[in-house]
Design a protein around this ligand. Structure first.
Ligand code: SAM
Ligand code: SF4
Length: 324
């Protein structure tokens, strides 16, 4: 097999696929730069089936379905099924805001979804509304239960740390791992859309860790191979607590992923300005051309993104298009 190996010897086995840039939430940290006149057409499920087949032939083992909100795709069941039928793809994970999971959890499990990550930044309903601009807190909590019941486990909860907004939630969210077999992952806020929000609300993982340690004794735990988080366990807990630290300690050395957007661009890094356009190759189902373009995107994968500083100009333009 022709594996994808970049200039720095990193083997690329993981694709993050943003299947739509549309979303039913409007999270305060996920603002997106809207490019007037930009193509908004998305790949169809048949395009995606072709894409999954091709990347599977290139040694891709893990697919993350993200967005925007992936469950807004009416054909999401077919999309997941078309990924799962490929021989090499052995892990398909969905990242979702959870609001539509109650209806989708079981059907997704039935067509081969491995597990879900649900984004949940607070357990306080009014703060949830402030962060997401939507009154869907109960729907998300229902989605959490539905996913556990469907066996989409280990369930991971993603919580973006925001100083002045959800510090009070750090302990209650960490405590979910005490009561349930879930993995809670606190994510450092990344700069999106150059709007000043990041400068005002960035909080390092050490601050969250100190908050948890002020109440609980923690054991250092283990993540699965290739995981980007550092893990801890509250003594006696069912689940785990992880920290994803793209800002304070980036994990570029072991990065094994590329990102594909629903509008046909491959981004070799979340912070890349450079992308490779695969729209036509996918639409024409031209696998030779597509393989050439994917290999090209791996060749331009940078060694690392720079250290993000408060006075930097480095920011992510469109999180919904890139999928986080
Ligand atoms: N809509 C889905 C969701 O919210 O899970 C999937 C797409 S969302 C872009 C993917 C992940 O990116 C979510 O866990 C979200 O919290 C995270 N995210 C979005 N903006 C972020 C930011 N500025 N910093 C850190 N994480 C961010
Ligand atoms: Fe939508 Fe997810 Fe972005 Fe929130 S984080 S606006 S749910 S894409």
């Amino acid at each position: 097999m022709n594996y994808l190996i970049d200039r720095f010897g990193r083997k690329i086995t993981y694709i993050r696929f943003s299947v739509t840039s549309r979303c039913n939430f409007n999270c305060m940290y996920c603002v997106s730069h809207i490019d007037e006149g930009k193509k908004t057409e998305e790949f169809t499920k048949d395009d995606m089936a072709f894409l999954f087949r091709t990347v599977s032939e290139l040694g891709i083992e893990k697919v993350r379905i993200t967005g925007g909100e992936p469950l807004l795709r009416k054909d999401i069941i077919d999309i997941v099924r078309s990924a799962s039928i490929n021989e090499n793809i052995n892990e398909i994970v969905l990242t979702t805001n959870g609001s539509l999971l109650r209806q989708f959890a079981q059907p997704l499990k039935d067509v081969g979804l491995t597990r879900v990550n649900i984004s949940l930044d607070t357990l306080r309903r009014e703060v949830f509304e402030e962060i997401t601009q939507r009154d869907f807190f109960e729907n998300v909590m229902d989605g959490v239960s539905a996913s556990i019941n469907a066996g989409l486990t280990p369930l991971k909860i993603n919580t973006v740390l925001m100083k002045g907004i959800n510090e009070e939630d750090v302990i209650p969210i960490a405590e979910l791992s005490l009561k349930y077999p879930v993995v809670v992952r606190f994510i450092e806020l990344m700069p999106v859309g150059n709007n000043g929000f990041w400068k005002d609300h960035y909080m390092s993982f050490t601050e969250a860790l100190d908050i948890i340690k002020s109440k609980y004794e923690l054991n250092v735990g283990k993540g699965a191979k290739g995981e980007v988080a550092d893990y801890y366990e509250i003594v006696g807990s069912e689940g785990k607590i992880g920290f994803i630290t793209p800002v304070s300690q980036h994990f570029c050395d072991t990065c094994n992923r590329i990102r594909i957007t629903a509008m046909g661009k491959i981004y070799p890094c979340l912070f890349s300005n450079e992308s490779i356009d695969i729209w036509d190759a996918v639409k024409l189902q031209d696998s030779d051309e597509l393989i050439k373009l994917i290999e090209q995107s791996v060749k331009i994968k940078p060694a690392a993104h720079g250290v993000i500083k408060k006075d930097d100009k480095q920011f992510i333009k469109n999180m919904k298009e890139l999928g986080g």
